[in-house]
Design a protein around this ligand. Structure first.
Ligand code: KIV
Length: 257
């Protein structure tokens, strides 16, 4: 395990871990100042491309966006999501993870699932590829987006999967829409940091989709908090530009040659 990953794990029980998504350089370079981990999430499929699910996101899309993000991320751990159907067996997963790492120079990859993907995760880790796990709501295979952990049987599976992921050697686990007391139990049980999205304050860290955080993505999920309204700011800038152009107030001499 490299020192960047080791330092990341050491944050558990010391300081809260801050994580946000980025799909391009400019946003990445801003959030990098405040993050421990920048995730190139396959949420880009719905956020940028209006796909109905993340299933349509391709490896090439993830690689191209990640190359842009890489230019902006200087200090945070940069993690790239492996998209749907790119890790159906250990051989496919290894070949695609190597491709992502060599082309994007990211620090680690993330993939979704528990017991079903354990052999795949073990193969990647055996080949020195740092892996972040993802449990709870799994958008690549989800049929609904209801929170997980209400029923006892479901709770047991998610708790078991968190231990399996830890034993397989993941360096961190995203918990997406996991019931609060279950997220707390997992966070206490595993030695690696849990990063929650809709999974309560009990996780070791939190992640949000940056476009949701800044009010650029029109989403109404309970777990999202809008910290700014960039949509309004872009709208006002475009409107004021239009007004100036219509009235020939722009460009002035200062902006001309
Ligand atoms: O794709 C993504 O952005 C994610 C986060 C929501 C954790 O997986």
């Amino acid at each position: 395990m490299n020192s960047k990953i080791i330092n990341f794990i050491k944050k558990k029980n010391k300081s809260k871990i801050i994580s946000l998504t980025a799909y391009s350089k400019n946003i990445a370079s801003i959030i990098d100042r405040h993050c421990d981990l920048v995730l190139v999430g396959d949420s880009l499929g719905s956020v940028l491309y209006s796909f109905s699910s993340t299933k349509k996101v391709t490896l090439d899309m993830m690689i191209e966006h990640s190359k842009s993000v890489r230019m902006g991320v200087k200090k945070s751990l940069m993690v790239v999501d492996m998209p749907h159907n790119t890790y159906r067996n250990p051989k496919e997963a290894l070949s695609n993870a190597k491709k992502i790492i060599s082309k994007t120079k990211c620090d680690a990859i993330k993939l979704e699932g528990g017991k079903k993907v354990i052999q795949i995760i073990k193969t990647l880790i055996k080949n020195k590829i740092p892996v972040m796990g993802h449990l709870g709501v799994l958008p690549q295979s989800a049929t609904n987006f209801k929170f997980k952990g209400k029923e006892t049987a479901e709770r047991k599976i998610i708790l078991r999967d968190s231990k399996l992921l830890e034993d397989a050697g993941v360096f961190s686990i995203v918990l997406e829409c996991v019931e609060s007391s279950l997220a707390k139990e997992i966070t206490k049980t595993v030695k690696v940091p849990t990063i929650g999205i809709g999974a309560s304050v009990h996780c070791d860290g939190q992640v949000l989709v940056t476009d949701d955080l800044i009010g650029l993505n029109k989403i109404k999920a309970r777990f999202v908090k809008k910290y700014s309204n960039i949509e309004k700011q872009i709208n006002d800038a475009a409107l004021n530009f239009k007004k100036d152009v219509v009235k020939s107030k722009f460009p002035t001499k200062k902006h001309s040659y």
